[in-house]
Design a protein around this ligand. Structure first.
Ligand SMILES: Nc1ncnc2c1ncn2[C@@H]1O[C@H](COP(=O)(O)OP(=O)(O)O)[C@@H](O)[C@H]1O
Ligand SMILES: [Mg+2]
Length: 228
């Protein structure tokens, strides 16, 4: 379970930005939560904090009861590697590596033996419908296929939590539906998911929708009624 309590985030630059303002959010194990909101509303900031890539300026964050806001960077990096899988709008694949090698890469960093690595990578690539594209490089794949490789890479290390920041933002309708379908399947198997999306159809398949408005988090129904 992930729990944010009164989390605020300031960015200091030429001007100070309040990107998140007293956010409270609990994500139970197995839950699928969609985060919606306009550009600049703080969605990626929230995702980076949930994913232990960034820290709150104030407030608390607990993962499975552990007070991670107080942990050292090194300890957070370890927990992140073991616990969290990321997918982004830009697929962030290594262009010189094949689909299979891209999926294996994080497993290399986890010191998984080559044979096991290969089995895990192939398992996920097959599962995501890429059995005929394992040895292709990213430039030889469509956007939808590249995103499925990125998803395979996120899932190969068996993360407790899948975080996705606009994973269909660069995809056409058909590929968007493919990815949606995969998320629904993962959710059906108990995967905990936090998804940022602009796509109302995609958000609608989640258990729960929350909306960010200028750094303030609201349940979607309440946010919608405030809009008028
Ligand atoms: N590294 C940063 N430094 C300064 N301001 C930032 C930084 N990252 C984001 N911001 C600001 O914080 C706000 C929220 O950004 P972000 O979380 O990226 O929003 P979203 O993902 O919803 O588009 C924006 O006003 C943005 O300009
Ligand atoms: Mg963003």
């Amino acid at each position: 379970m992930m729990m944010l309590e009164e989390v605020s985030k300031f960015y200091r630059g030429r001007r100070e930005t309040l990107a998140l303002s007293s956010v409270n959010l609990t994500v139970e194990d197995g839950q699928f939560v969609a985060v919606v909101g306009a550009s600049g509303s703080g969605k990626s900031t929230l995702m980076n904090i949930l994913g232990l890539l960034d820290r709150p300026s104030s407030g608390g964050y607990w993962i499975d009861g552990q007070d991670v806001a107080r942990w050292s960077d090194a300890r957070l990096a370890k927990l992140r590697n073991r616990t969290i899988g990321f997918v982004f709008q830009s697929f962030n694949l290594v262009p010189t590596l094949s689909a299979r090698e891209n999926v294996e890469l994080p497993l290399v960093y986890r010191n998984m033996p080559p044979r096991e690595r290969r089995v895990a990578a192939e398992h996920w690539l097959v599962r995501l419908g890429l059995e005929h594209r394992m040895e292709y490089r990213p430039s030889e794949l469509s956007g939808g296929q590249q995103q499925r490789v990125a998803l395979a890479r996120a899932l190969a290390s068996n993360p407790k939590i899948l975080l996705a920041d606009e994973p269909t933002g660069n995809l056409d309708d058909t590929s968007t539906r493919d990815i949606m379908h995969i998320f629904e399947q993962l959710h059906g198997q108990g995967q905990t998911i936090v998804l940022i999306t602009h796509d109302a159809r995609f958000a609608a398949v989640a258990d729960r929708i929350v909306a960010l408005e200028r750094g303030v988090l609201r349940p979607e129904a309440e946010a919608a009624s405030h809009a008028n």
